[in-house]
Design a protein around this ligand. Structure first.
Ligand SMILES: N[C@H](CCC[C@H](N)C(=O)O)C(=O)O
Length: 293
């Protein structure tokens, strides 16, 4: 692989740049991440996936948001990373392997390939956790379900969960006006940065369609409005199942496409969906010089 080789892929329109730490000759600083993710000064992306060594799993992954912050988990990011590992020969043909993330070790399975390239991937996203001290959410209650949160002129009933990264799930049935991109972009950051979330949070606005289908709009921590999110889909499915609003197998519909989520009775999550490579190449010397400044 050439020095500073990169691949850019997307999972349902939520795109990432993949880099291999052993193959780049610059530090992935906050400035480097922000530049690479910027569509004008860099490649443009919803985040960076950095392949790193692991002692505990077959592979290691660090996930960075465009604002430079590090995420514990990313569902689309994991599917994109596992496609990269399989397509570029790192798994030596194996279709099942493990990946260590900041939010725990996950198992991956290449479900479907076409011409030797991974197309559909299932990720065991780990277990949904509702304990407020583990999410974390700074409120006195042990769990944060239907908790009233005032945000400017609105009061939301929030449901918080961690799937490795923190999520704040809001059903729109009593705030139907919130199922709208403009409204999500207005209130999303105010919730993301609310002081009850010491590590900030991802935010989802949810419309339940039936017992096996929900539709969501997403405001991501450190990334903003995105067309799809695997960890958000996992978080929403867990909250809806816990509240008895849906069954344990659910399709989450998003602007960028849909993901299949299945839960067991202990809230262990499986997520299945497509991934597509967009482009690959090497970062130019001039870009790297700018990043290093
Ligand atoms: N912004 C998220 C990470 C990426 C999540 C999303 N892209 C996904 O597919 O899960 C966070 O800071 O927790």
């Amino acid at each position: 692989m050439e020095k500073n080789f990169f691949v850019k892929s997307h999972g349902l329109g939520n795109e990432y740049i993949v880099l291999d730490k052993e193959n780049i000759d610059f530090e992935l600083t906050k400035k480097a991440i922000q530049t690479l993710c910027n569509v004008h000064f860099g490649i443009g992306s919803d985040g960076i996936l950095l392949k790193v060594p692991s002692e505990k799993a077959d592979f290691g992954l660090r996930i960075f948001n465009p604002d430079g912050s590090e995420a514990e988990k990313s569902g689309n990011g994991l599917r994109i990373f596992c496609k990269f590992l399989y397509d570029y020969g790192f798994t030596k043909g194996s279709k099942e392997f493990s990946v260590e993330t900041k939010g725990g070790i996950v198992k991956a399975k290449i479900e479907k390939e076409e011409k030797g390239k991974a197309k559909i991937i299932t990720i065991d996203m780990g277990k949904a956790v509702f304990d407020t001290d583990k999410i974390p959410v700074n409120i006195n209650d042990k769990e944060c379900i239907d908790y009233p949160l005032k945000v400017e002129d609105k009061e939301f009933k929030i449901n918080c969960v961690s799937v490795g990264n923190p999520h704040c799930v809001i059903l729109v049935d009593n705030v139907p006006e919130m199922f709208d991109e403009k409204q999500v972009k207005k209130y999303g950051p105010k919730i993301e940065n609310n002081p009850i979330f010491p590590n900030r949070t991802n935010v989802q606005f949810v419309k339940v369609i039936d017992k096996n289908t929900a539709e969501i709009k997403i405001w991501e921590r450190g990334a903003g409005y995105t067309l799809a999110s695997g960890s958000s889909s996992s978080a929403v499915a867990s909250v809806l199942y816990k509240k008895g609003l849906t069954d344990s197998d659910i399709t989450i519909k998003m602007e960028g496409g849909e993901l299949k989520i299945s839960l067991d009775k202990d809230f262990n999550i499986k997520m299945t969906g497509e991934v597509q490579e967009i482009c690959k190449g090497t970062l130019s010397e001039e870009l790297i010089e700018n990043i290093k400044e």
